[in-house]
Design a protein around this ligand. Structure first.
Ligand code: BES
Ligand code: MN
Ligand code: MN
Length: 445
């Protein structure tokens, strides 16, 4: 199919504002699921179902089939993160636009463009000897509850010889990667209450506690300026990477200074000094504050002591940390650090365990070969700082989960002006087409 036609199809997908964390977009999520279902039927899927939710269904697909051939389960997500701040987009997030060999849109790289790539690679291949299965979900950006519940009810859905996930990136242009770990996530809200209602800051100031001040102090105790997180028990299960792994990372095309000036575009980096930047991004847990709500934030001035303040926070977890344990640890730390006169509570919104993947299955060699043939370089092992909540569940039936992707590190996922490079897309279609062919040729493994 010609490339203009392909881009028209992808644009149709990218135009749907399927933001899963905002209920106002429920119908759009459904529409994106319909787009996926139609695309699956076009490539020869004979059994396409919507599972688990009316508004954010998991799209299940079965076929094309070749009896006796290996089964490949393809996972992806059709939902996207909210596009704000809208004013910072050069062109609107849901009006995909081509500029300088790139396509700009929310979801271009995460993950609609990559789902499109995986499917198009099937259309571009000549019937590889592979049995295709699909789980394309609509709630990845909100913790994957629908898919988790589905897999609890029907664990056989993940039975396959291999699982392919393309929801990440190369480690640098020209450097394709496969990932050995994903960080987990515990996302919650810490709320502090100091009085029944807000109070006049003249009448009460100096003697009445201030919810925002208490919240700030609490947050300041949970993580200090040196980057250390002080939640008791938090670092207990964390293992430093081996010497061999740290040495391998030194050979990757990653430069701490470039990371600061070109990617972060700030004035300095933070975090534990004893660890390299890659170790901080890939192998250490985090504590981040996403936003603080409450008090007076309107125009002008109001002299008031806020009674309540809430911080949205999350912790990224690394292998051997457990979501349930970390949630308990944070709740206990908040109770312990809050003064007696403060009511402090934690409410968890969603989360994910970390994932660890061994690269010893023969399918990894086939993907490596496909990358080598198409891009001139095989896939380097790397770790991922981000999370994909269902990956541990996808691995639960024993199939190797191949974590890879066709994006680039500067695609600006979740941020304004998210993009996908067209070269990455065209190469990606070739890579996966070749991978399916090699997998079919290898037979059941
Ligand atoms: N595709 C990302 C995960 C990712 C990003 C992996 C970069 C590796 C490198 C995924 O869509 C994502 O953003 N996941 C969320 C999950 C969360 C909301 C439960 C994340 O990591 O914040
Ligand atoms: Mn994603
Ligand atoms: Mn994402």
């Amino acid at each position: 199919m010609d490339r203009d036609q392909l881009l028209r199809e992808l644009n149709e997908f990218l135009r749907i504002p399927s933001v899963s964390t905002l209920p106002a977009h429920n119908q759009d999520c459904r529409a994106a699921a319909e787009w996926v279902a139609a695309a699956l039927r076009r490539i020869g899927c004979h059994d396409v179902e919507f599972l688990g939710s009316e508004t954010h269904p998991v799209v299940w697909g079965k076929g094309p089939d070749v009896p006796g051939a290996p089964t490949l389960l393809i996972y992806g997500h059709y939902d996207v993160q909210p596009p704000d701040p809208l004013a910072e987009w050069t062109t609107p997030p849901f009006e995909p636009t081509q500029r300088d060999g790139r396509i700009y849109a929310r979801g271009a790289a995460d993950d609609k463009g990559q789902v499109f790539c995986l499917l198009q690679a099937i259309a571009a291949s000549s019937r590889p000897a592979v049995n295709f299965r699909f789980l394309i979900e609509g709630e990845e950006e909100y913790g994957s509850k629908v898919l988790f519940d589905l897999l609890k009810r029907e664990p056989q859905r993940v039975r396959a010889d291999a699982v392919l996930v393309a929801d990440m990136s190369y480690v640098a242009p020209g450097w394709p990667a496969v990932y050995t770990t994903l960080r987990g996530l515990a996302y919650g809200e810490i709320t502090v209450r100091t009085s029944k209602t807000d109070l006049h800051s003249g009448e009460y100031g100096g003697a009445a506690p201030n919810a925002h001040e208490e919240l700030c102090r609490l947050l300041g105790r949970l993580k200090t300026a040196d980057g250390k997180i002080h939640i008791p028990g938090f670092y207990g299960p964390v293992k430093r990477p081996s010497k061999a792994e740290l040495a391998a990372w030194k050979k990757l095309p990653f430069n701490e200074k470039d990371f600061l000036t070109k990617r972060v575009q700030g004035k300095g980096l933070v975090g534990l000094k004893k660890a390299s930047v890659l170790e901080r991004l890939w192998a250490l847990p985090t504590f981040e504050i996403h936003g603080i709500l409450g008090g007076f934030t309107g125009e002008g001035a109001k002299t008031v002591i806020p009674a309540e303040a809430t911080a949205k926070v999350s912790m990224r977890l690394v292998p051997n940390q457990k979501l349930a344990a970390v949630e308990r640890q944070l709740a206990a730390a908040v109770k312990r650090f809050a003064p007696k006169y403060v009511t402090a509570t934690v409410r968890f919104l969603h989360g994910a365990d970390p994932a660890q993947i061994k690269l010893d299955h023969p399918a990894f060699k086939l993907l490596d070969q496909a990358f080598k043939e198409v891009t001139g370089r095989g896939s380097v092992p790397a770790r991922a700082g981000g999370s994909i909540p269902v990956v541990p569940a996808l691995a639960s039936a024993g199939a190797p989960v191949i974590l890879t992707g066709i994006g680039l590190p500067d695609d600006r996922l979740h941020a304004p002006n998210e993009k996908l490079e067209l070269k990455q897309l065209w190469d990606g279609i070739e890579v996966f087409r070749r991978f399916y062919e090699l997998l079919g040729g290898a037979g059941r493994m």
